[in-house]
Ligand binder design. Structure first.
Ligand code: SF4
Length: 323
């Protein structure tokens, strides 16, 4: 990715597991530096690293931990010393960080950790020591319970182009929500916000997006705080779903329709062919999006300058080049 001069005031505050930043905080005093996070995302985000195991005083080097099921509950205990139970300490330390957690617009966690893992952390039987199922690490589970709407992802899943784009789109969108919220919400602001995200939402789930738009359009008599609460819940729930190629094609064709009186025969045929090649997986999403941006620049429509669909995150991140 080319070097980017992203303005400091635009940088988004993101929490991370300290070891992903290259800090030597793991049990063996090593780190798990994740260069995509620090080098690529680091050009747009400001990171707040935190190691829950160090924060509860375990130090380095230390005994490794694991999750075990005991009496129907999941506990985080020493791998060799099962009496060394740090479950409560990890939950408490997550709760104690709430004042800065609530400032964040996202969190990148270390996969597989009994403290930081977002999902698929093995839970063992206390009796047989065999794996039973998987769950979240203790700190991560408490963080997600306290902030269910915050975009949270693991560094391992950021290697998947669709999950990566989804997470980063949600981070930028959540930051936008926080900005309008801090400036003061009203029905007019919410309606404009929904209109800006309508096509983004449609690419994730068409039925839920239409239902959300319908509900918002009939909410003018409800208190704005209540509307904002259910709107944010559903808006983030839709964004969390994976966008599909089929839904993107529908949105692209819909946007193409706005240009039907502006393009000549050749331009129309080229746009139709580009969308068709995206549908077949021959071209990545960035190609029809770039072509649409080009046409809307030449034939501006009031809604396209406000719509987030054609640019929901910085182009330099090249997130649409691989999906
Ligand atoms: S995974 Fe979490 S607890 Fe483990 S070293 Fe990294 S930051 Fe610390």
């Amino acid at each position: 990715m080319p070097e980017v001069n992203y303005p400091d005031k635009e940088r988004i505050l993101i929490g991370t597991s300290s070891c992903l930043m290259g800090e030597e905080v793991r049990f063996d005093k090593s780190h798990k530096h994740h260069s995509y996070t620090t080098k690529t995302l680091g050009q747009f985000f400001t990171f707040r690293p935190f190691c829950p195991e160090m924060a509860i005083g375990l130090g380095t080097p230390r005994e490794t931990l694991r999750l075990v099921e005991q009496d129907g509950d999941i506990h985080c205990v020493g791998n060799k010393t099962e009496g060394h139970d740090v479950t409560i300490a990890l939950k408490d330390i997550a709760n104690e960080q709430s004042s800065w957690h609530e400032e964040l617009c996202g969190y990148i966690l270390k996969k597989g950790s009994p403290s930081c893992g977002m999902e698929r952390v093995k839970v063992y039987s206390a009796e047989t020591r065999m794996p039973l199922y998987s769950d979240s690490g203790i700190y991560a589970a408490q963080l997600m319970k306290n902030f269910p709407l915050m975009p949270i992802e693991e560094e391992g899943r950021l290697g998947d182009p669709i999950l990566r784009e989804n997470f980063i789109q949600r981070v930028f969108a959540y930051r936008h929500w926080r900005d309008i919220e801090s400036e003061g919400l009203s029905m007019r602001v919410l309606t404009e916000f929904h209109s800006a995200y309508k096509y983004v939402l449609l690419s994730h789930d068409q039925d839920r997006t239409r239902a959300l738009g319908h509900r918002l359009a009939h909410a003018s008599k409800e208190p704005i705080e209540e509307v904002a609460e259910w709107y944010l819940n559903e808006w983030m729930g839709i964004l969390k779903l994976r966008a599909t190629r089929k839904n993107h094609v529908n949105v692209l064709q819909h946007l193409q329709g706005f240009l039907k009186n502006d393009l000549d025969k050749e331009d129309k045929a080229e746009l139709t062919e580009t969308i068709s090649q995206y549908r077949q997986g021959i071209l990545p999403l960035i190609v029809p999006i770039t072509l649409l941006r080009h046409h809307f620049r030449r034939h501006p429509k009031p809604f396209t300058s406000r719509s987030k669909y054609l640019e929901s995150h910085p182009a330099e991140l090249m997130l649409l080049n691989t999906i």
